[in-house]
Design a protein around this ligand. Structure first.
Ligand SMILES: [Zn+2]
Length: 397
């Protein structure tokens, strides 16, 4: 215990230093995170980590996967500590300090990404030298991804390469802010925009045009019907509130004026599936309705009329595992057995899809994430360090 306290006291100033550096990299989703990744890679590689990087098409955004095996060279198994490196935008307006310069005040550290989720990354980096010195039984992997906030674009690229390289991992801890409580499931989050293009004309002769707003309305009515179906499909043992898949229309925009036949309309809608099959069901039902009913009617009048579905993002759900190794491990380490579910999406489902037992647990509260004056408390960072140090004990002799 005393030793653990010493390690925390030693590592903590390092966490603050690293977190300040990480906040300085303005890694807003969609922009380059290369500098930040190089910083992390350098810190890990001097410790003898094996690393590989994967890129997006423009080579501006990059994922890092690094492995520390300790004194012995190890293969297989091991625990992934995973964090996304991107942050949501922040304008200086409204903030009490510069969002991209860390401010330490009242035992908190302020800055964009401090809580979601550079604080967790800083904790893992600060302890990496300590891990590297140990006699580990299983390797510790560091996974730092890009563009999680924009529908998890980075992680799938990294996970594909992980599979190619045959790197087997047994457990993944995703350090999203949960106040250090173990989260065992969340719904998926699928977002779509459906674009309708018809034919404009004079309002006095509606039959000669193709009214995009009216077809969009029929599309929405069908979505509302499907929504009722989803309630009936509620799984018996659902851990969510509400227990079924939800569907919602967030925005509709179209048309020019009262007396003009609308030739354009866009419907923004979202789906939060509790099971993967519901996502398939909704997409199949709507695609068929468009193909077999709406489009033929539109094209009878105007052959160029069209309906296009734009996929904004499809974050797959994170399913509750029966007797999850990852959840059991983290509950064991934190001493908190609450095993909650959350309403925000993470990369957890993607790791789980590869057969890796996954849990979401990290420092800070989601209440502070994406907000003005985002912060993480020293207390939360220290609890995270404690968990990671205890985790090492499970992995060493
Ligand atoms: Zn996050």
């Amino acid at each position: 215990m005393a030793m653990q306290k010493n390690i925390i006291n030693e590592a903590f100033p390092e966490v603050l230093k690293i977190l300040s550096n990480l906040i300085k990299f303005q890694t807003v989703s969609g922009t380059s995170n290369i500098k930040l990744i190089e910083y992390c890679e350098k810190r890990l590689n001097v410790l003898g980590a094996d690393s590989f990087k994967t890129f997006d098409d423009t080579k501006l955004r990059v994922n890092l996967f690094s492995t520390i095996s300790g004194k012995k060279k190890l293969n297989g198994g091991g625990i992934i500590l995973s964090g996304h490196t991107d942050v949501v935008p922040a304008s200086t307006k409204g903030w009490n300090s510069d969002p991209f310069i860390a401010l330490e005040k009242n035992n908190k550290i302020y800055g964009r990404g401090s809580c979601d989720m550079k604080g967790f990354i800083a904790c893992t980096l600060a302890l990496a030298p300590y891990f590297a010195k140990q006699d580990l039984k299983k390797p510790i992997h560091f996974s730092y991804t890009y563009d999680e906030e924009t529908a998890c674009q980075g992680a799938p690229v990294m996970l594909k390469e992980l599979k190619n390289r045959n790197i087997n991992c047994s457990i993944c801890v995703i350090g999203e802010p949960t106040n250090m409580r173990a989260i065992q499931a969340h719904k998926g989050c699928y977002e779509y925009s459906t674009h309708f293009s018809g034919l404009a004309g004079h309002g006095s002769a509606p039959d000669r045009g193709v009214n995009a707003v009216e077809y969009a309305t029929r599309f929405i009515n069908k979505l509302m019907e499907v929504r009722e179906e989803l309630k009936k499909r509620k799984p018996k043992d659902s851990v969510f509130t509400p227990p079924y898949t939800t569907l919602q229309i967030g925005r509709i925009s179209g048309g020019l004026a009262r007396n003009v036949i609308a030739d354009q309309c866009v419907v923004d809608w979202e789906l939060r599936p509790v099971v993967f099959e519901d996502g398939v069901f909704v997409n199949k039902t709507m695609d068929e309705f468009v193909k077999n009913t709406l489009l033929p009617e539109m094209r009878k009048i105007y052959p160029q009329a069209d309906i296009k579905k734009e996929i904004i993002g499809e974050i797959i759900g994170f399913n509750k595992e029966e007797d999850s190794d990852a959840v059991n491990l983290v509950c064991n380490l934190t001493g908190d057995n609450s095993r909650d579910v959350v309403s925000f999406g993470t990369e957890a489902g993607l790791f789980q899809e590869l057969g890796i037992s996954t849990v979401v647990c990290g420092p800070g509260s989601i209440e502070q994430a994406h907000k003005i004056d985002e912060y993480v408390s020293y207390e939360q960072l220290k609890l995270c360090l404690k968990m990671l140090i205890d985790l090492k004990d499970k992995l060493s002799n």
